[in-house]
Design a protein around this ligand. Structure first.
Ligand code: GZL
Length: 318
């Protein structure tokens, strides 16, 4: 065989092998996931669920955390386009500001799945599916429990989640909708604790030091982590969380169950973070070219301190 022919043959063979190896290497479904950050126990459980499920299914997961910053999420989404992943999924830190990057992803022909939180866009075709809770109903459940527990009377303070985030907007909306039916329950102060324990404690300290402080009889926190920080502030102020100041929050993480067992937290409305299985069911369907539901809502309950036995506590997955 002449040298040039052999070289051409060898090159063709190597290229074919490399293509073959590329195909073999990229035989696994490749998914880019942009996570908000690590702000709460809920988020940690959500991340663990997504990573564990991808591993279980042999999915090549490119997982990027954004430290709570939208600009980092947008950068991550653009990097997924460059990496030509098969599907992009993300939990949007806030509702607005996504349309341009979602249009770029659509242009690249990559399907998008939203998990946990929704986005506000004018073109619904920019994503295939939103998997997450009904935050408005979570807020309603918290208010219904509080109205029942206080016989519709009291001075409430509210720790809101991240400003502009779907859970903060909707949990406030649902809570106020039910509270409007109980004129004896008034929200005296409301401020963001950004879903973190530290900020929840700091804001609750300020509430307690304010002129309305001595009259506060109830706290509504948009997540357990802020409630747990606030409980510490209430105790340090010499008040009794769970008795002379009732506390209701949302998530249902393990630390909330510990607090309910101790009697410092009265009620936690469940918000299920274990979205990994549902996410990758949708991702695999999309990859097979099947249609998927536009909206998948997680089923959730509510827990009060009276229900929390050692067995219930031991049985909690997150
Ligand atoms: C709710 C989720 C919220 C949790 C918080 O689905 O987005 O963000 O309630 C978390 O604990 O930080």
């Amino acid at each position: 065989m002449r040298a040039t022919t052999f070289a051409a043959f060898a090159f063709a063979l190597l290229t074919a092998c490399s293509k073959e190896s590329d195909t073999a290497a990229t035989g696994a479904l490749r998914v880019g996931f942009s996570q908000i950050g690590a702000e709460s126990g809920w988020r940690a459980a959500n991340t663990a669920s997504i990573k564990a499920e991808a591993k279980k299914r042999g999915i090549d997961l490119v997982f990027l955390e954004a430290g709570g910053k939208q600009e980092n999420q947008i950068r991550a989404l653009r990097s997924f386009i460059q990496q030509r992943v098969d599907v992009i999924a993300f939990s949007p830190v806030v509702e607005t500001g996504w349309q341009p990057v979602l249009e770029e992803i659509k242009q690249a022909g990559i399907p998008v799945v939203l998990t946990d939180r929704a986005v506000a866009v004018t073109d619904e075709s920019l994503y295939e599916c939103f998997i997450g809770s009904d935050f408005v109903e979570e807020g309603r459940r918290a208010a219904r429990w509080l109205a029942e527990a206080t016989k519709g009377q009291g001075v409430v303070v509210e720790l809101q989640g991240t400003p502009g985030s779907a859970p903060a907007i909707d949990r406030k909306k649902g809570f106020e909708e039910v509270l409007a039916q109980h004129p004896g329950l008034k929200i005296a102060k409301s401020q963001s604790g950004d879903f973190t324990r530290a900020k929840g404690k700091e804001v609750m300290e300020a509430f307690l030091r304010s002129p309305e402080g001595p009259s506060i009889t109830a706290l509504y926190a948009h997540n357990d982590d802020m409630a747990l920080g606030a409980i510490q502030a209430i105790q340090e102020a010499g008040r009794k969380p769970g008795t002379d100041l009732v506390v209701v929050s949302i998530d249902g993480v393990k630390d909330a169950f510990v607090a309910m067992k101790e009697g410092t937290l009265n009620c936690s409305v469940e918000c299920n973070p274990l979205l990994g299985p549902q996410l990758f069911d949708v991702v695999e369907k999309l990859h097979r070219g099947e249609t998927v539901a536009r909206r998948i809502q997680t089923e959730e309950g509510m827990f009060t301190r009276e229900q929390v036995t050692d067995a219930v506590l031991a049985g909690r997955q997150y």
